[in-house]
Design a protein around this ligand. Structure first.
Ligand code: M6R
Length: 615
C-alpha cells in the first residue's frame, strides 16, 4: 500500500524523505515523489517505477527549506504514472494521501463546477483542491484541514503542507495508520515505524479523525472539531538496524533465518522456563476495559479472524484448541466474516491475528465483534498498531520488523503463540494435567533448535530450484495440522514465483483434484510420522500411480517414503503437535529459491503490498 513520509526540522528534508521512502518500499508501490520547500516554494519531483528513478532525478536538486513530504504510491484510482504520482499540488498546497476517498466522484464534480482543473486521474488530488479553496479564506492550513475533514468519506491518511506557512505540517487520518515521531527539534510523520526509527523511537499514533498540527518545534493533537487533546508519546524498542538485510541477499531470506529466535521471543513471555509450565498472568491479568476481570473458564467458543498467512496460522488454532480444550473453534477470513452477518455470542473469545495490525478487513472484523460485546485478544507483531490498540488483551509475535512482503517469521511466531494459547486455555478450563503441561512446554521450548536444523535445506533448494522452475503446477498436500501448512506453502509459491500452486487436504484429492495429476504436476506431500501418516501415504500413492512427481517431507530416515519420492526431505522428530513449525520452513525456502532463480523481486512481489490498509 502507499507510504507517506513528512519531515520538519534542521536536516535536509530530501535525505530524510528518500531514506524514509526507501524504508517503506517493502509495502509495495509503483511510483514515488516528494515536494520540498525551496526558496519559499514547494518544488515537486516525481517518478514512475522504482525509487531509484526518483533518486536519480533528485541527484542534482538542492533545496534550502526544512519542510517536505514524500510518497510511494500503489495505484487504486488512476494507472501507475508520473502524472498520478503524489504529492499532488494545487496553488502552493501539497498533499500526500494513503487510502481511498469513497465519495470522490461527488466531491470532484462539485470542484469541477467551481472551475477546478485536475491534472491527474486520482481521487487524492481533490483533497489538495479542497484545502486550497479553504486556505484562500482561512489563510491557515490547520483551519483549512478542519473545514474539509468532515467532507471526506472513506479510508485516508493525509499529510499536507502549504508554502505560505513554511514551518507547518498537518497530518490527519481515518483508517490507514499515521505515526508522528518526535526527534530533537524535528518531526518525522510516516505511515510506518520503519521510516521514523532512524531518527527517534518516541512516537504518537494518530487515532481516526485526529489531526496532528506541527508548527515550528511545537506539536498539538486535535480532534476534528479543533479541540486540543491530551497525548502521551510511546517508546518503541525496535531499532532501525533490525530493518537491514544483515548480509543476506533479501529481507525474506534473513527473516526465514530469524525464525528460531522469533519463535523463542514470542513464547517466552508466556512460559516459566524453570518450572516448565505456563505463565498464565499474560492471559489472565492483562485484559482491559469491560473485560478487566474476565473469567476465562466461562469461554464456550473461540473465533479466529485474520487474512492471508495470518489466517492460515489461525487455522491451526482450530486443531489445537478443539483437541485440547474441547470447545468449538471457528476460523474465518476477515473479508468474508465482516460482510456475512455472523452469529456472535457473548461467551465467544475472539482471536484477531495480524502481523501489521493494520489490515483493513481484519480491523473491520475486530470492530464488528466489538459491537457484539465479546472479548477480543489480538496477536500482532507491530506494537501500538490499530488492531493492537483496539483489542481488550494484547499478545505480541515479538518477531521484530518483518520487511519481506511474503510473511515468514510472523507466521511461525503466530503458530507458536497459538499453541501456547491453546495450552493456557486448556489449563484454565481444567483440561490439561500438570504432566501434559510440562511435556508440551518442554516441547515448544525445544522448537527453536529444531527449526535451526531445517534451515539447512536452504542449500538443497538453491541447488534444485532450476529444476522446479520448469514444473507446470504444484500441489501441496497434507492432512490434519499439516493441511494449513500445505495452504501456506502454496501461497508462498504463488506470491513469490507467480506459479500456479494449490494447497489441498490430502483426503480431498479423490473428490476432484486427482484429475489434475499427470507427469507435469509436482506434488509436495507433508507426511510427518503421526497418527494420519498411513492415510497420507495412501494419498501419495494415488498421486504417484497417476504419474505425479513427488517431493515429500517426512520424519527422520524413512526409506519407504524415500522410495516413493523424487526428493525426500527428512524433518527432525519433534512433538507431534508441533510439526507445522518445522515443516513450513522448507516450503518457504522452496518458494524463495524458485523466485530468485526466476529473477523475481522476492521482497516486493508484483501487485502485492505488505500492509493492506484498504479493502
Ligand atoms: O498484516 P497481516 O497479518 O494482517 O496481513 C495479512 C495478509 O495480508 C498477509 O499475511 C499476506 O497474505 C502475506 N503477503 C502473505 O505472505
Amino acid at each position: 500500500m502507499c507510504g507517506i513520509v513528512g519531515y520538519l526540522g534542521p536536516r535536509q528534508p530530501k535525505d530524510v524523505l528518500v531514506s524514509g521512502l526507501r524504508a517503506l518500499e517493502y509495502r509495495g508501490y509503483d511510483s514515488s515523489g516528494v515536494a520540498i520547500l525551496d526558496q519559499g516554494k514547494l518544488k515537486r519531483v516525481r517518478a514512475q517505477g522504482k525509487l531509484i528513478h526518483l533518486v536519480e532525478k533528485l541527484k542534482n536538486e538542492n533545496f534550502d527549506g526544512h519542510l517536505g513530504i514524500g510518497h510511494t504510491r500503489w495505484a487504486t484510482h488512476g494507472k501507475p504514472s508520473e502524472r498520478n504520482a503524489h504529492p499532488h499540488c494545487v496553488g502552493g498546497i501539497s498533499i500526500v494521501h494513503n487510502g481511498i476517498i469513497e465519495n470522490y466522484a461527488e466531491l470532484k464534480l462539485n470542484l469541477l463546477k467551481g472551475g477546478a482543473v485536475f491534472e491527474s486521474e486520482t481521487d487524492s488530488e481533490l483533497v489538495a483542491h479542497l484545502i486550497h479553496n479553504e486556505v484562500k479564506s482561512t489563510q491557515d492550513l490547520l483551519q483549512a484541514v478542519l473545514k474539509i475533514l468532515p467532507l471526506l468519506k472513506g479510508a485516508f491518511s493525509i499529510v499536507t503542507v502549504w508554502e505560505e506557512q513554511p514551518e507547518t505540517l498537518v497530518a490527519f487520518k481515518n483508517g490507514p495508520p499515521l505515526i508522528v515521531g518526535f526527534g530533537t527539534d524535528e518531526f518525522v510523520v510516516a505511515s510506518d515505524l520503519q521510516a521514523i526509527l532512524p531518527y527517534t523511537n518516541k512516537i504518537v499514533y494518530l487515532d481516526d479523525f485526529q489531526v496532528a498540527y506541527i508548527h515550528q518545534s511545537q506539536f498539538q493533537l486535535l480532534d476534528q472539531k479543533g479541540h486540543t487533546l491530551e497525548f502521551q508519546t510511546a517508546s518503541i524498542d525496535w531499532n532501525s538496524e533490525q530493518a537491514q538485510k544483515g548480509g543476506f541477499d533479501h529481507y525474506m531470506l534473513k527473516e526465514i533465518f530469524e525464525q528460531p529466535r522469533a519463535v523463542a521471543n514470542a513464547i517466552l513471555p508466556h512460559l516459566d522456563t524453570e518450572k516448565f509450565c505456563l505463565n498464565l498472568n499474560s492471559l489472565k491479568q492483562s485484559w482491559t476495559g469491560a473485560f478487566k476481570d474476565i473469567d476465562l473458564t466461562q469461554v464456550e467458543r473461540v473465533l479466529v479472524v485474520a487474512c492471508g498467512t495470518s489466517y492460515y496460522a489461525g487455522m491451526l488454532a482450530k486443531y489445537w484448541i478443539e483437541s485440547k480444550v474441547r470447545i468449538p473453534v471457528e476460523v474465518d477470513i476477515a473479508s468474508e466474516f465482516r460482510y456475512r452477518n455472523p452469529v456472535l455470542f457473548l461467551k465467544t473469545l475472539t482471536l484477531v491475528i495480524s502481523q501489521s495490525g493494520e489490515t483493513a478487513d481484519t480491523l473491520a472484523a475486530l470492530r464488528l465483534v466489538k459491537e457484539s460485546g465479546g472479548p477480543i485478544l489480538s496477536i500482532c507483531n507491530v506494537p501500538n498498531s490499530s488492531i493492537d490498540r483496539e483489542a481488550h488483551c494484547r499478545w505480541y509475535m515479538n518477531a521484530g520488523v518483518e520487511i519481506g512482503v511474503a510473511s515468514t517469521k510472523a507466521f511461525t511466531a503466530t503458530m507458536a503463540l497459538l499453541y501456547v494459547f491453546s495450552l493456557a486455555l486448556a489449563k484454565i478450563k481444567m483440561k490439561l494435567s500438570s504432566e501434559q503441561e510440562q511435556e508440551a512446554v518442554k516441547a515448544i521450548l525445544g522448537m527453536p533448535s529444531h527449526m535451526e536444523t531445517v534451515l539447512a535445506f536452504d542449500s538443497f533448494f538453491a541447488e534444485v530450484a532450476h529444476i522446479l522452475t520448469a514444473v507446470r503446477g504444484f500441489l501441496y498436500m497434507g492432512r490434519g495440522i499439516h493441511y494449513p501448512i500445505a495452504l501456506e506453502g502454496a501461497l508462498k509459491l504463488k506470491e513469490l514465483a507467480y506459479r500456479h500452486a494449490e494447497g489441498y487436504a490430502a483426503g480431498e484429492m479423490k473428490h476432484g483434484p486427482l484429475a489434475l495429476i499427470d507427469s507435469d504436476m509436482l506434488v509436495i506431500m507433508l507426511a510427518a510420522s503421526d497418527e494420519l501418516y498411513e492415510k497420507t501415504i495412501s494419498n501419495l500413492e494415488e498421486a504417484k500411480t497417476r504419474g505425479a512427481k513427488i517431493v515429500s517431507l517426512g520424519t527422520g530416515e524413512n526409506e519407504h517414503l524415500k522410495s516413493l519420492s523424487e526428493h525426500y526431505l527428512a524433518l527432525p522428530k519433534v512433538y507431534q503437535d508441533l510439526y507445522p513449525l518445522v515443516e513450513v520452513i522448507p516450503l518457504q525456502l522452496l518458494a524463495y529459491h524458485v523466485a530468485v532463480t526466476l529473477g523475481n523481486d522476492v521482497d516486493q512481489p508484483r501487485n502485492l503490498a505488505k500492509s493492506v490498509t484498504v479493502e
